[in-house]
Design a protein around this ligand. Structure first.
Ligand SMILES: Cc1ncc(COP(=O)(O)O)c(C=O)c1O
Length: 354
């Protein structure tokens, strides 16, 4: 059933479908041009509908961060998933093995030998071995082996473990460090070549550097999430424009206690406390003079121009600083179609932290 914008409750998460599909097509076109395989990360939309749109546009598979996300994405046509996380513990390993039986291709990443051992025990005797990539820390300072030598040791361990296949290298480069990251991958690939270990995939990712991804052809596959909706952080970096922002929070002004203050019904439970380096909590579309200066759980405090105040009952659209965390806060998203009509859609993989 389709609704008009004024008739839906707020706060609401709204995604303009035409803009999201345009964003998918634009980066798929870029990847096709530069010879990169695209494996979008579902962390932003968390929805089967948009994963299918990405695959239909030419993506080779999808990326998930957690097993429960991958389980939530199981659907016709979604049959190749990379989980970019060290998976530990008997219950998760059992779920991983069951997941593998339901997919055409499943791969995971590791950055230490304990995780390799656990995966080996879980997949020993499996009819189809599990593909395992080695995660490299190329500057983002999160997970990942610190040197090419350790990457090669882990590649050996994977190759020598029954039930596992070494699939290649994976990294999540720091913003602006694609070139340094590529050098790490190139050095590691050379060592692997010297040892006779085939490295079919080199996977990198990230939206901020998407247009300069794969600087010299060493990267074979790109994982990207935020680009489908875009957000304030990507506009700030110059990666996209406000017109490319498909996702926003629709909120209603519920109070104007002073001439310079308006309060909306979207607080930290909606916009989240993710500042991402900004001094305030989002960009109010069409109102560059307004700042979202404070949030409590259910209230957002806006600093407005007293000469140009907001009215009680007025609605505003806010582009979040970081859109991925916002889509995790809602059970449903409103898909905005032609002419502004809205259809409610479940966010399939929200809240999937296991
Ligand atoms: C492992 C991994 N790959 C890819 C991505 C996608 O990054 P972005 O949302 O910047 O496109 C992320 C984001 O957190 C990630 O953690």
């Amino acid at each position: 059933m389709a609704y008009e914008i004024d008739s839906i409750h707020t706060p609401a998460f709204v995604v303009n479908e035409a803009v999201a599909l345009r964003n998918i097509a634009a980066f798929q076109g870029h990847c096709d041009k530069v010879g990169l395989k695209l494996r979008p990360h579902i962390k932003t939309h968390k929805s089967i509908r948009f994963a299918k749109a990405q695959l239909a546009a030419g993506a080779v598979g999808i990326t998930c961060q957690k097993i429960s996300e991958a389980e939530a994405m199981l659907a016709d046509g979604i049959d190749d998933i990379l989980i970019t996380y060290n998976i530990l513990g008997s219950s998760k390993l059992a779920r991983l093995r069951a997941l593998s039986d339901r997919l055409a291709a499943l791969s995971v990443v590791v950055d230490n030998s304990v995780v390799v051992q656990g995966l080996g025990q879980a997949f020993d005797g499996a009819s189809r071995p599990l593909t395992v990539l080695v995660e490299c820390d190329t500057g983002a300072k999160r997970c990942g082996v610190q040197t090419s030598d350790v990457a090669v040791e882990l590649a050996y361990q994977i190759s020598n473990t029954s039930g596992l296949i070494f699939g290649g290298l994976m990294t999540y480069p720091a913003v602006g460090m694609a070139n340094d990251s590529a050098q790490f991958m190139r050095d590691t690939k050379q060592l692997l070549d010297e040892k006779g270990l085939a490295c079919p995939v080199i996977s990198a990712g990230g939206s901020p550097d998407m247009w300069t991804a794969a600087p010299d052809g060493i990267v074979t596959e790109y994982r990207i999430g935020t680009y489908i909706y875009n957000d304030r952080s990507l506009v700030e970096r110059g990666t996209c424009t406000w017109d490319d922002c498909a996702g926003h929070v629709l909120a209603t002004v519920v109070s104007t206690p002073t001439a310079a203050r308006a309060v909306i019904d979207a607080g930290s439970k909606v916009l989240t406390s993710d500042l991402l380096g900004f001094p305030d909590f989002g960009h109010v579309l069409g109102h560059p003079e307004i700042s979202v200066v404070g949030l409590s759980e259910e209230h957002g405090v806006l600093e407005v121009d007293p000469e140009n105040p907001l009215k009680i009952g007025e609605r505003v659209r806010i582009v979040p600083n970081h859109v991925c965390v916002v889509s995790n806060m809602f059970d449903d998203v409103w898909i905005e179609g032609e002419g502004g009509s809205l259809v409610q859609m479940k966010i399939d993989a929200r809240g999937c932290v296991i």
